[in-house]
Design a protein around this ligand. Structure first.
Ligand code: PLP
Length: 494
C-alpha cells in the first residue's frame, strides 16, 4: 500500500516568491526589457548558432534545490540571448512579422499575473466580457457587420480549423458529431475548396477533422495568384456529378506567399447559390481594413459565414492572438459544446461560456493585450502605422522595378514585396533559383536582415515583409543597400 505523506510540518518555506523579491526582480526585468526593446535593432537579427548549441549550455536535469533569480536572469543573457531570432527587430522582414508592442507586452504581463482560466463566464467575468467587447471593437475597426460574433484562439490555424468544423457541423443530417465518419459508407466524400495559394492550415484542418487531405481541392489561380471563380464553380459541379459532397470554401485575403486577394464577391455568389459555408482567411490581410482607403480588401466578406483576422500578425499585439468571427456562432457551439457536471453553472444564455465554442477548455486571458494595444495606439494610430507600412512596401517595390538587376514577381496589394535578383544576361531558371536561394542565405547569415522565400510559378522568390512596428524608412533603405552589396559579392563568387 502507498504511504500517505507524513503529517509533520514541512522543513522549509513552501510559499511563493515574497512580494518584495518579486518587486525587486520585476523592476529589474522591466528595465532589462526596456533596454532590450530600445536596442534590439543593434543586435544581429538571426543568431549564429548550430543545432544543439543552446541545449548544450543547459543542464540535462532540473535543479534539485531552488536557484536565485540573479542566476536565472544572468542565464537569460548567457544562454538564451545567443540563440535568439529577434522577431522584434526592425530588420526582420521574413514570414509574416509579429510585433511585441510595449502595451501588448504589459497586457501579457498582467494576464500572467491574474492567471485566470476563462473557460466559463463564471470562471472570470472580466475576461469573458473583455473578450466580447474588444472583439466587437476590432469588428467595428474593419467594418464587419454587427451580426459577426467573435472568439479568440491561439492562432490562425486554430481559427480556420474551428471554422471548417462548424462548416461540417452545418451538414446536420450527417450527424458527424455523434457518429463520426469512420466506417460510414453511406456518407459521400466531403469536399473543401481553396485556391492553389490557400494556407496549409486548411489541409491540416482536413487532417485533424478526419476528412483527409484529399478532401481539399485546390482551385487554379490567375496570373495575379487570385482564385479563378469560374474554375471554382466548375470544380463544384464536377464533384457533385462524381457523387462528392461540397461543403466549404476557404477564400483568402492576403495569401501567405504573395498576399493575393481572392475575388470574394464572385466567390460569395457561388457559395450562396451552392449552399456552401464560406470561410475567409484574412489572417494577415484583414488588418489592412483598419485603414479607411483599404477597406475594399474585405468587400463581400460581410456575406461570408466566418472570417479570421490575426491581431498578432499586423495589429501589433504580441503572439498569440487570432480572432475568428462568424455569423453562425450557434453552429460552432453545436459542434463543440460539451458540459460535464463539474462545469455546469447557474447562468443561462445571458452569458457566453467560451469553452462551448472550441477544442480548448482552458483559455488564457488574451484579450487584455488586445485591449491595452487598441487603447494605447487608438484606431487612428494603428491605421497610420499600417498606412506607413503600405507606403514603404510601395517604395521598395519601386526600387526593385527601377533596379536593372532585381525584378518583381507579383503585385503588391499590401506590404509584402515578392522579387528576385536577375543579373543581366542570366536567364536560366535553375541558375536563378540557386542564385537567389544563396543570396537569401548570405543576407540572413550576415545578421543584417532576415528575409524568407516562397516559390511563385516555379521561381525562387524573395519576400520582403514590411509590417513590423519598429520598421521605418531607414530600415527599408538599409535592406536595399544590403541587397545590393550581397548581390555584387555573390556575382563574383557564384
Ligand atoms: N493564414 C494565413 C494566410 C497565414 O499566412 C498563416 C500563417 O502565417 C495562417 C493562416 C496561420 O496562422 P497561425 O500561424 O497564427 O496559425
Amino acid at each position: 500500500m502507498n504511504e500517505v505523506p507524513s503529517t509533520q510540518p514541512a522543513p522549509h518555506n513552501l510559499a511563493d516568491m515574497p512580494a518584495e523579491e518579486f518587486r525587486q526582480y520585476g523592476h529589474q526585468l522591466i528595465d532589462w526589457i526596456a533596454d532590450f526593446l530600445a536596442k534590439v535593432g543593434d543586435l544581429p537579427v538571426l543568431p549564429n548558432v548550430q543545432p544543439g548549441d543552446i541545449a548544450g549550455k543547459l543542464p540535462n536535469a532540473p535543479p534539485i534545490k531552488g536557484e536565485g533569480m540573479d542566476e536565472i536572469l544572468a542565464d537569460v543573457d548567457r544562454v538564451i540571448m545567443p540563440g535568439m531570432a529577434h522577431w522584434n527587430h526592425p530588420n526582420f522582414f521574413a514570414y509574416f512579422t509579429s510585433s511585441g508592442s510595449g502595451p501588448g507586452i504589459l497586457g501579457e504581463l498582467l494576464s500572467a499575473a491574474f492567471n485566470v482560466n476563462c473557460m466559463l463566464w463564471q470562471a472570470c467575468p472580466s475576461a469573458t466580457e473583455l473578450e466580447q467587447v474588444t472583439l466587437d471593437w476590432l469588428r467595428q475597426m474593419v467594418k464587419l457587420p454587427s451580426e459577426f460574433w467573435g472568439i479568440i484562439y491561439d492562432g490562425g490555424s486554430s481559427s480556420t480549423f474551428h471554422a471548417i468544423a462548424a462548416a461540417r457541423e452545418q451538414l446536420t443530417e450527417l450527424k458527424v458529431r455523434e457518429r463520426g465518419l469512420a466506417g460510414r459508407s453511406e456518407i459521400p466524400p466531403l469536399r473543401i475548396y481553396t485556391s492553389e495559394q490557400g494556407h496549409s492550415s486548411i489541409d491540416k484542418a482536413a487532417v485533424a477533422l478526419g476528412l483527409g487531405m484529399d478532401s481539399v481541392r485546390r482551385v487554379v489561380v490567375d496570373d495575379r495568384y487570385q482564385m479563378n471563380p469560374q474554375a471554382l464553380a466548375e470544380a463544384i459541379a464536377q464533384d457533385r456529378r462524381a457523387g462528392i459532397r461540397p461543403f466549404c470554401v476557404v477564400a483568402t485575403v492576403g495569401t501567405t506567399s504573395c498576399t493575393s486577394i481572392d475575388p470574394i464577391t464572385a466567390i460569395v455568389d457561388i457559395c450562396e447559390r451552392e449552399g456552401l459555408w464560406l470561410h475567409i482567411d484574412a489572417a494577415y490581410g484583414g488588418a489592412a481594413a483598419v485603414v479607411p482607403e483599404m477597406r475594399h480588401v474585405l468587400n463581400g466578406c460581410d456575406r461570408a459565414d466566418s472570417i479570421v483576422i490575426n491581431p498578432h500578425k499586423w495589429l501589433f499585439v504580441p503572439l498569440d492572438l487570432s480572432a475568428l468571427y462568424t455569423r453562425k456562432p450557434e453552429v460552432l457551439r453545436r459542434a463543440f459544446s460539451l458540459v460535464p457536471e463539474y462545469l455546469r453553472t447557474g447562468q443561462g444564455d445571458e452569458v457566453v461560456n467560451y469553452m462551448d465554442y472550441g477544442i480548448p477548455l482552458g483559455r488564457r486571458f488574451r484579450p487584455l493585450k488586445l485591449w491595452f494595444t487598441l487603447r494605447y495606439f487608438g484606431v487612428e494610430g494603428i491605421a497610420d502605422r499600417i498606412r506607413e507600412h503600405l507606403r514603404l512596401a510601395q517604395q521598395f517595390a519601386h526600387w526593385v522595378d527601377e533596379h536593372p538587376e532585381f525584378e518583381r514577381l507579383a503585385p503588391v496589394p499590401f506590404s509584402i514585396v515578392c522579387f528576385r535578383a536577375h543579373p543581366l544576361g542570366m536567364d536560366d531558371t535553375d541558375w536563378l533559383n540557386r542564385f537567389n536561394e544563396q543570396l537569401m542565405h548570405t543576407i540572413n547569415q550576415s545578421g543584417e536582415a532576415f528575409l524568407s522565400h516562397t516559390k511563385l510559378s516555379g521561381r525562387f522568390t524573395l519576400r520582403l515583409v514590411v509590417s513590423h512596428l519598429r520598421t521605418d524608412e531607414m530600415h527599408v533603405t538599409r535592406v536595399q543597400e544590403v541587397l545590393q552589396k550581397q548581390l555584387r559579392g555573390l556575382k563574383d563568387r557564384f
